[in-house]
Structures are given as C-alpha cells and as structure tokens.
Design a protein around this ligand. Structure first.
Ligand SMILES: CC(C)(COP(=O)(O)OP(=O)(O)OC[C@H]1O[C@@H](n2cnc3c(N)ncnc32)[C@H](O)[C@@H]1OP(=O)(O)O)[C@@H](O)C(=O)NCCC(=O)NCCS
Length: 151
C-alpha cells in the first residue's frame, strides 16, 4: 500500500466497520482511520498489501510480522467486490510471503459473530485455539485463531 492508496482503504473500512470498531468515539472515523493507516505504513514491522481490479483498490490486508510470527490485523474487501475471491487472493499472497520468510505461524482475532471472516480463515486451515471474552469495546467476544505455516 502506498500513501496514494490510503483513501481507497479508508472507504473500504468505513463501509465494513462501525466507527467504534475503528476506535472512533466522537471523532470522525475517516480522519482517525487515515491517521491509523499512515502510521501502519510507516511501521517497519507492518506489511499492508492491496488487491486491485484495474486501477481500483478493492481490498487490503494488514499484518504485523514479528520474528517468526505474523499477526493478521485486518483483511477487508469493498462490499461490491465480495464473494469474488479478493480476500482469497490476499490470503494466498500472505501465505506465500509467510513461507518465503520462514514464518512459523499466523495468528488473528476475529469477532465471534463475523461468520464470513471465520469461514474465510477456516477455508485456509486456521483453527480456533481460544476465546477472549468481551474483548471488543462493545462486549463481543474475540475468537483467536492460528495457522501453522509449513516451510
Ligand atoms: C471477510 C471478507 C474479507 C471476505 O472477503 P471476500 O473477498 O468476499 O472473500 P472471498 O470471495 O475471497 O471468499 C473466500 C472464502 O471465504 C469464505 N467466505 C467469504 N465470504 C463469506 C460469506 N459471506 N459467508 C460465508 N463464507 C464466506 C468462503 O469460504 C469463501 O470461499 P467460496 O467463495 O469459494 O465459498 C469480507 O466479507 C469483508 O471485507 N468483510 C468485512 C471486513 C471484515 O470483517 N474483515 C475481517 C476482520 S477480522
């Protein structure tokens, strides 16, 4: 993701998440998300990859890579582009990166009610290993999932 892609990623997130899920209280979630994504791009341990259809950014994935673990923080696809394999392409890209870099496992948290995302992760072989009760600000549980990466 380059700085020029940030506005498209913000639009995808605004469509996909409630302001509180982005962390916004009274502030404008677009302004907050802009700040968050620019901070992520600048972090040496963050990797933000976009999926494009033509010139348009239609999805993106944000991970942190620390030593031999990757933490998947977000994968989001524009609502009009869903169920067309965009997230699958982003996950394939992530797995290729993880194998190339000798990553041992990929970890993530997902809202217990987020059936599309849980299905996506299970389709890639992620398994549930824990539940963090009331992990999210609105009281929803997080399911923790992991995937071992074969070398
Ligand atoms: C979850 C999300 C990223 C999936 O993106 P997508 O591009 O539509 O997913 P794909 O088309 O690549 O689907 C890949 C697989 O994921 C699963 N899947 C995706 N969407 C699904 C849905 N709505 N219901 C059930 N399974 C789903 C299926 O196994 C699917 O394979 P299939 O189409 O062959 O059945 C998308 O719904 C999204 O952006 N949601 C909002 C943001 C979000 O909640 N992100 C996760 C944060 S942890």
């Amino acid at each position: 993701m380059s700085a020029g892609d940030v506005s498209a990623a913000i639009a995808i997130d605004i469509e996909a998440f409630q302001p509180s899920e982005i962390g916004a209280g009274r502030e404008d979630p677009r302004v907050l998300r802009d700040q968050q994504l620019r901070e992520e791009i600048a972090r040496p341990w963050a990797r933000v990859r976009v999926a494009r259809r033509g010139d348009a950014v239609v999805g993106y994935a944000l991970v942190w890579h620390v030593v031999d673990e990757v933490h998947l923080l977000n994968v989001a696809v524009a609502a009009s582009e869903r169920r067309r394999g965009v997230a699958r392409a982003l996950m394939d890209d992530l797995l290729a990166y993880a194998r190339d870099k000798g990553v041992a496992r990929i970890l993530l948290e997902v809202r217990a009610s987020n059936a599309p995302a849980i299905s996506l992760y299970e389709a890639f072989g992620f398994t549930r290993f824990s539940v963090r009760e009331r992990y999210y600000a609105d009281g929803e549980d997080a399911i923790e999932m992991s995937l071992g990466v074969a070398g």
